[in-house]
Every structure is written in C-alpha cells, then in structure tokens.
Design a binder for this molecule. Structure first.
Ligand SMILES: Cc1cc2nc3c(=O)[nH]c(=O)nc-3n(C[C@H](O)[C@H](O)[C@H](O)COP(=O)(O)OP(=O)(O)OC[C@H]3O[C@@H](n4cnc5c(N)ncnc54)[C@H](O)[C@@H]3O)c2cc1C
Length: 381
C-alpha cells in the first residue's frame, strides 16, 4: 500500500526543524546574505539540537536517521535560508562516501568526532577545469612507501575554510580514467594544504566556497577510502544520498518564495482589486503550488527508495532537476508578483531568486541530471 503519512517521530523532527528555521534562521538570513558572514553560531545551535549529521549510524555515535528524515529537516531549514542550509548540509555530502565505503576504523576516526563535537567536513571533487566532467580532474595521489602524496587544486569547495577534514578524489592511475581514481580522507591540519579566498557568489552568500590546493600533502594509506580505483564510484554514490536532501532544500526555498507571493498578492491592489484577483497573477501562484507539491513527491520518492536499500539514481536525478528548476521558476515568478518591489533588496524575494540559481548548478547541473536520466533510460532498462 502507498502511504504518504509521516510517522510521529518524523512529524516531531519536522516540527523541530520548522520552529528552528523560524526562530534562528529566517530572522538572520538577510544579515548573512548582505555580510557574507559564515553562520557558525546558527550551525552550532542546529548541531546542539541534533539537526546536523543525522545520517551517521548509531554504531558511530549518530542518530542513524534515514535520507527521508534528512529531507524533512533540509526543506524546513532551507525555507529559512538556503545559504545557511548549505553550510549545515555540506557535511552530509562529505560523510556519505565514508558511510558507504569507509572502513570501521575510518568511521570511528572521521564520523564519530562529528557527533561528539561541533565540526564541519567538505567534499572535494570539482577542480578549476573540471566539474561535470569528473574524469577531467588533474589532482594526483602518488604512492610513496606507505603514504600517498596528494597534488592538485580543488575548486568551489563548500565549507572549504571551516572543515576539519576533506573527502578528496584524485587519480592514482590516470591511464585507467575513472577506474584510476581513488578517494582519501585528509585532515585539514595536514601540512601543504592551502585554502583560497572566499568566493563572492551571486547567492547563498552565507555559505563558504573556496579553492583548496594540495601541495604534496602526505596522506597515510590508512586514509584511502575503500580500495584504489574506487574513488569515482564513491563520489557518485554519495550523490544518491545527498541529491534527495539538496532537492528538498530547493523545495524549501520554493515554498518560501510562494508564501511571500501569496501574502503580497493579497495585500497589493491594482485596478481596484487585490492582484490575486487577476488571473494572470493567480495562475503564477497556482503553478508554484502545483510544482512545489510535485517536486516534494519526487524528493520523498527518491529518499524512500534509498532508505529501502533500492537503487535511486534515476529518481534522485528527477528530484534534483525538477526541484532545482521549480525553485528557480518559483523564485523568479515571486519577483514578478512583487513587481518593482521584487527588484528591491529591501524585499525578500530577490535574495530567493539569487539563492535559487545554484540548485541548477551544484551537485550536478540540471543538464547533467538529464544526462543521467537519459542514461538510466537507454542504458539500464
Ligand atoms: C556555490 C557552489 C558550491 C559548490 N560546492 C561544491 C563542493 O562542495 N564540492 C565540489 O566538489 N564541488 C562543488 N561545486 C561545484 C559544482 O558541483 C560544479 O560547479 C558543477 O558540477 C558544474 O561544473 P562546472 O562548474 O565545472 O561547469 P562545467 O562542467 O564546465 O559546465 C558548464 C556548462 O556546460 C554544461 N555541460 C557540461 N557537460 C555537459 C554535458 N555532457 N551535456 C550537457 N551539458 C553539459 C553544464 O550543465 C553547464 O551548463 C560547487 C559549485 C558552486 C557554484
């Protein structure tokens, strides 16, 4: 039987995240957008409440919650501010490959501390010349005795300057292409790591995005995740866990934009009636409501599948592409509903429009999601 009802625990979790977003995030969103200040204290409070690192298994000190649980939190947090949400959620992406492919010892060394102390981690795959085309990365890990020497530059690394450790993908055997990539866990205080300046981004300005350069950084063999040659697979598998969560955040942003549009459409009058009485405006909002609901269903489906232990690559790509496009379209149309005031930085919707754009870019662009969907249709069925 199909059941869309949440359990009592899930409803409580959602209520906790909703209340946190309304009290701690939304009132400070504009400040962090304008200043670009990293929201450390807000994240700390979220960590104290148990709203971060929720997928770390109980055996390693975490709550062992499912991907759907993570999505419920992400939607609410993102409703408050997706820049702050991205700062909170980047750990999920860095931790996922360790949960999937790390050894027991690595999980104790890298995951358990995340549950005992307030810490960040970062996922380092993209490079200045290679994002969608992961095989185009140039970073190499050269074996020297029992260690590897990591050399290369990563780009666009979320939480790059605040992370305690990095999940890094590098070539151990470039001739093997994607089968020659390996993954490493690299503590931030290892000598030879250079952290770049904070990127001045269009939106989600609270989050910290940096270049990270590895100058012959010595990484012990004990920090190789899985075996040599498994790096690409681990990096991609992480997306099956994280894309539903990122897509839930896109839904949260869209919901916020729609709520602002609904409120404004009731307050603003033209030609003697509130603007929602004009069908052209009402239909914009009807489309927002319909697409948000559809996006959430795709998010929940993709999360539900992976929580059941089923492959969800196609469904996660559906959720990511549709969720990101819905966030962008909804925010854009919310600006339209606000008219001239939508264009003003003193009103909330222009920020949502700027913040929405990156959902179509990070964790695989909207084009790449369609490439994945097409591959799943033509090569797997
Ligand atoms: C704010 C932010 C945070 C990020 N955080 C992280 C992070 O924490 N860790 C990390 O590793 N990366 C991170 N990224 C990087 C992000 O994942 C990449 O930017 C993204 O994958 C796109 O890669 P690219 O920028 O190199 O664009 P490109 O790959 O150069 O793509 C350029 C354009 O070409 C299109 N394109 C490329 N190939 C194809 C194709 N085969 N078919 C159709 N269209 C195609 C793309 O869709 C895009 O429109 C972040 C990026 C941003 C902006």
């Amino acid at each position: 039987m199909v059941d869309f009802a949440l359990t009592d625990e899930q409803q409580q979790l959602r209520a906790l995240a909703r209340e946190f977003a309304a009290r701690e995030i939304a009132p400070k969103a504009a400040h962090h957008d304008q200043s670009g200040e990293f929201p450390r204290e807000i994240c700390r409070k979220a960590w104290d409440l148990g709203l971060m690192n929720t997928h770390i298994p109980e055996a390693y000190g975490g709550p062992g919650l499912g991907v759907l649980d993570g999505c419920l939190i992400a939607e609410e947090v993102a409703w408050g501010c997706t820049g702050i949400g991205t700062a909170m959620e980047a750990n999920t992406l860095a931790e996922a490959p360790v949960i999937v492919g790390g050894s027991d010892e690595q999980k104790r060394r890298f995951l358990t501390p995340m549950t005992k102390e307030f810490k960040f981690a970062a996922y380092c795959v993209t490079e200045p010349q290679a994002g969608s085309d992961v095989q185009g990365i140039k970073t190499v890990a050269r074996k020297v005795g029992d260690d590897y020497l990591l050399k290369g530059s990563k780009m666009w690394i979320t939480n790059g300057s605040v992370a305690d450790w990095y999940f890094v993908v590098a070539y151990t055997d470039p001739a093997q292409r994607y089968k020659g990539m390996s993954a490493f866990l690299v503590p931030r205080d290892t000598p030879g790591i250079e952290v770049g300046k904070k990127e001045q981004n269009l939106g989600q300005r609270a989050s910290d995005t940096r270049a990270i350069t590895f100058n012959d950084v010595k990484v012990p063999k004990a920090n190789l995740v899985g075996q040599e040659g498994k790096g690409f697979l681990l990096a991609m598998t992480a997306f099956d866990h994280s894309r539903p969560v990122v897509s839930a955040a896109a839904v949260g942003l869209a919901r916020s934009a729609m709520e602002h549009a609904i409120r404004y459409a009731g307050e603003r009058s033209t030609f003697g009636v509130p603007i929602h009485k004009h069908q052209a405006v009402a239909f914009l909002i009807a489309d927002m409501a319909m697409k948000i609901e559809a996006a959430r269903l795709l998010v929940w489906q993709s999360a539900w599948k992976i929580d059941r232990g089923e492959r969800n690559t196609k469904e996660a790509a559906f959720a990511k592409a549709f969720g990101a496009d819905t966030a962008m379209e909804t925010a854009l149309n919310a600006v339209q509903v606000f008219g001239g005031y939508g264009f003003s930085r003193e009103y909330p919707v222009e920020k949502l429009m700027r913040d929405a754009k990156v959902f179509q870019i990070y964790e695989g662009t909207s084009q790449i999601q369609r490439v994945i969907i097409a591959k799943e249709i033509f090569e797997r069925s």
